[in-house]
Design a protein around this ligand. Structure first.
Ligand SMILES: C[S@@+](CC[C@H](N)C(=O)[O-])C[C@H]1O[C@@H](n2cnc3c(N)ncnc32)[C@H](O)[C@@H]1O
Length: 275
């Protein structure tokens, strides 16, 4: 059967579906999208079975990234399965900003920690590019660490003297060093936030989403615990919700924080330099 005939047979009400079919064929079977779109090649039974499964899962709001076990982050491919947060574009903007920041400096960070690493998209992407002597990746949840483990092997060659997986909740972490770079995308969504979509609520881990009744409790607490552990001129960068700037600024008024917007023009992260 030709891909287009299969697509039409489903009577889809969704213009993205054909594109998703092509991604699935490419990711899962390394098939060339052009051959199938142009009808040069026929789909095999196994392909049709997989696409049918996706058609059903999609109707249940299942995230495509979990189905593919893959998502792009900057120029890297991250493994993701249920139990880990799917990396977001806004977080990519933060990592890009940090990379640009170090382009203006004479030295890259020698050591860094990513608090609440999830898939590792922040800590691993930064370590991959900045090549610190040490990176700590802190993630207490086993299900999230399944993806994190895969990505550590994929992008940093596995755990080593330079790459440490820290498995405790941040509240129990005992800082033994000072860091050049501390990053985090903490859970920061407020409980019962109506902006959380059905797909996110149903399938993504709640411990990765909710930061407390108001949401900003966790970013503020994690900032307070971290800030005293920056080296001289060390940089701390935390993601936050677009509407938390005022509260974070007032709660942390003793620190000189700078706020930065994401690609959508929304306040998205703040940074602090230990000058
Ligand atoms: C918003 S997600 C960020 C994941 C990843 N850094 C990213 O940007 O995609 C927050 C992460 O913090 C982890 N987390 C939740 N509670 C934690 C705690 N008490 N200590 C450390 N990490 C925690 C979650 O499991 C989740 O992986």
């Amino acid at each position: 059967m030709k891909l287009l005939d299969f697509y039409k047979s489903l009577k889809p009400n969704d213009k993205h579906l054909l594109k998703e079919f092509c991604w699935i064929l490419e990711e899962k079977y390394s098939l060339n999208e052009a051959d199938y779109l142009a009808g040069i090649k026929d789909l095999e039974n196994e392909h049709i079975k997989t696409l049918n499964i996706w058609f059903k899962k999609k109707s249940e709001d299942y995230p495509l990234q979990y189905f593919l076990n893959s998502t792009g982050f900057l120029d890297l491919d991250f493994y993701v399965e249920e139990g880990v947060l799917i990396p977001r574009m806004e977080t990519e903007d933060i990592v890009s900003w940090i990379l640009d920041y170090y382009k203006t400096k004479e030295t890259f960070p020698k050591n860094m920690i990513d608090i609440g690493s999830g898939s590792g998209c922040m800590g691993i992407a930064l370590a991959h590019k900045l090549k610190p002597d040490y990176v700590g990746l802190l993630e207490p949840y086993k299900d999230a660490r399944k993806s994190l483990d895969v990505n550590i092997r994929k992008h940093l060659g596995g755990e080593s003297e330079q790459v440490e997986l820290l498995k405790m909740p941040f509240e129990e972490y005992d800082f033994k060093n000072e860091f050049d770079l501390i990053v985090s995308n903490p859970p920061y969504i407020k409980i019962a936030d109506p902006e959380v979509t059905d797909s996110v609520y149903k399938f993504e881990p709640h411990e990765a989403l909710y930061g407390g009744l108001e949401g900003y409790e966790t970013p503020i607490a994690w900032f307070k615990k971290s800030v005293g552990h920056l080296k001289q001129n060390g940089l701390l960068v935390f993601e936050m919700a677009y509407n938390q700037r005022e509260k974070i600024q007032s709660e942390l008024s003793e620190y000189k924080l700078e706020f930065v917007k994401d690609r959508f023009g929304k306040d998205r992260f703040f940074y602090y330099i230990n000058e």
